[in-house]
Design a protein around this ligand. Structure first.
Ligand code: C5P
Length: 222
């Protein structure tokens, strides 16, 4: 047991996937289950951290002992993070956040009788929470982002990851491959961790609990 190597660290973890409403009963979402983020919360707690978990539509039960905040849309997640982040030493953005949301949310159900044979939706960009938190961070804060990508070969995956960490401005980026049956919703995960300079500082394949420990190891001795 790694015992209490994170004792006293205040860790904010986002998990799950955002839902962008179209009308009162419909949304655009993604298949993130929240498992990896919840595993991070569980392991951070076990290693002595104080954990705030901001959960968006997760399919799994949150670990006992976290401070739980629930949100649904990207804008709600952004607002919660902006408010909560300054009180934390570490931010881990494991949530899958929608890059776009519908420009308008219909007041009543969108009806096929009105839309006809084709329905066109127009989207606008959501704020990039990770980028905004990284730009606003205190000098002592450590920020870890995620990149779930469908690239099948490792070098393309890493190239994307390097461009992404440069753009986002976080300290580490956890890169993993996702697909129809990979990453999201499964119990296993395979990751590369990139540092801000683009180096691969760790790699690991295993269940989401062991992946969580590899990620949290980044926080020890920094
Ligand atoms: O750009 P991309 O969506 O691949 O970035 C993934 C990382 O950025 C994740 O850590 C995710 O939580 C975060 N993100 C965010 N705000 C967005 C989109 C992604 O914080 N609007």
């Amino acid at each position: 047991e790694l015992a209490s190597d994170l004792r006293g660290r205040r860790v904010l973890i986002t998990a799950g996937g955002t839902r962008e409403p179209l009308d009162p009963v419909r949304f655009i979402g993604n298949r993130s289950s929240g498992r990896q983020g919840f595993a991070l919360a569980e392991r951070a707690l076990a290693r002595g951290a104080e954990v705030t978990l901001v959960a968006a539509n997760a399919e799994v039960r949150p670990p006992e002992g976290v401070k739980l905040v629930t949100v649904s849309s990207a804008q709600q997640l952004a607002q919660a993070c902006a408010e909560i982040a300054p009180r934390h030493d570490v931010i881990i953005m494991a949530a899958a956040v929608a890059d776009y949301r519908p420009v308008t949310v219909a007041e009543g159900k969108i009806k096929k009788e009105q839309a006809g044979e084709e329905l066109t939706l127009t989207f606008t960009r959501n704020p990039d929470i990770l980028q905004d938190l990284s730009a606003a961070r205190g000098s002592e804060q450590v920020i870890i982002g995620f990149a779930a990508e469908t690239e099948t070969d490792d070098s393309a995956l890493l190239e994307l990851g390097r461009a992404k960490i440069a753009r986002k401005g976080c300290d580490y980026l956890v890169v993993n491959r996702v697909g129809w049956n990979l990453g999201f919703q499964s119990d296993e995960n395979s990751i590369f961790v990139l540092s801000a300079s683009g180096d691969v500082v760790s790699r690991h394949t295993g269940d989401k609990v062991s992946v969580a420990d590899v990620i949290l190891d980044l926080l020890v001795n920094v």
